[in-house]
Design a protein around this ligand. Sequence first.
Ligand SMILES: Cc1ncc(COP(=O)(O)O)c(C=O)c1O
Ligand SMILES: N[C@@H](CCCC[NH3+])C(=O)O
Length: 418
Amino acid sequence: MDHFVYREDALCAEAASLEDIAARFGTPCYVYSRATLERHWRAFDDALGEHPHLICYAVKANANLAVLNLLARLGSGFDIVSVGELERVMRAGGDPARVVFSGIGKQAHEMRRALEVGIRCFNVESEPELERLNAVAGEMGLRAPVSLRVNPDVDPGTHPYIATGLKESKFGIDIGDARAVYRRAAALPHLDVVGVDCHIGSQLTRLAPFQDALDRVLALVDALQEEGLSIHHLDLGGGLGIRYRDETPPSPAEYAAALKARLSGRSLEILLEPGRAIVGNAGVLLTRVEYVKSTAHKHFAIVDAAMNDLLRPALYQGWHEIVPVRAGGSGEARLYDVVGPVCETGDFLGKERTLSIVPGDLLAVRSAGAYGFSMSSNYNARPRPPEVMVDGEQVYEVRARESIEHLMAGETCLPGGI
Ligand SMILES: Cc1ncc(COP(=O)(O)O)c(C=O)c1O
Ligand SMILES: N[C@@H](CCCC[NH3+])C(=O)O
């Protein structure tokens, strides 16, 4: 069931009208549905059922405290890539013992903090990182639990900017080198080898790449076990795609069934790190048409949201459905490029969209819950938009719109300046 539906011709998030939300909080504005978030998280958790597992939501997809807190209350774990994300998780009530730490550039202070709070596992992405982690843990008189993130050289069939498991990628350790690096890990005094990790890319819409990666990783697990290294868990990363336009990605249930079929008879715990599949379709970006502009070649709908609010169209040619908040819209139907006010040709939210609009109309950019606000910036000195979470009829502002003061916070002029 979709929680963004028209009621009496007005698009709603659950039982709340987006027109009312725009009137109350202004535009642009991100709006999330609590029920959708919960349903998507539970779809993963239920699909793995009795198989020992932990769903570690990828915080980078949407790090709002209300999102994290909601998932923490469901029992979620978290996949983090910085100490900032770790602090957010803990502030939101997340359990550090359910946190896995990914990323290729972990700094010593980040390792120290993660060890101090007792995270579940470090997903180590290189041999130098292994040595650094061993040294940091040793200084603290602790042992660090580690998985190596291996790069299985599988083509995920996704946009090249979000493919991470090919051999030329900066991520992970080449699977051909993994046994030697595991031996090194096992020999280091302050590390405990606990798992194997991989993440091959994002917005995958077919099962085959996941299955290929799993087969390669399982062959590695067998080889390690023959060497006497016991592997407790397998972290298969995130990456399950969502429908933005007409994609038909596998459901979490289909995905989990494919994994379980290959894992039966093994006692490996499964960790997954979904981000987009949980929050992507749980959010929209509300925006208002400022101007309609026609040239000899095109019609432009100039809206008040821009690439600084939602970068995906500019960065990956990401396609997001754009719908009128008032069903059917108003004015004459035309083909529009929907563009923002930022001074970049790449500042568009959608191209060649048929819309019936006049200035002042509200539009909703759909599937904007993942990598929307979390990739936003202040480019062109634009305060970032508020985030609102709807729960039934209740509407909560879970992040206030930034002010002009926010834009300049922490800045100073040279002495003798203003
Ligand atoms: C290590 C890791 N885990 C999980 C994710 C989440 O991916 P997705 O949002 O595609 O599920 C990412 C991002 O691609 C990632 O780099
Ligand atoms: N930011 C990307 C996904 C990157 C995933 C990060 N590992 C997107 O919007 O599609």
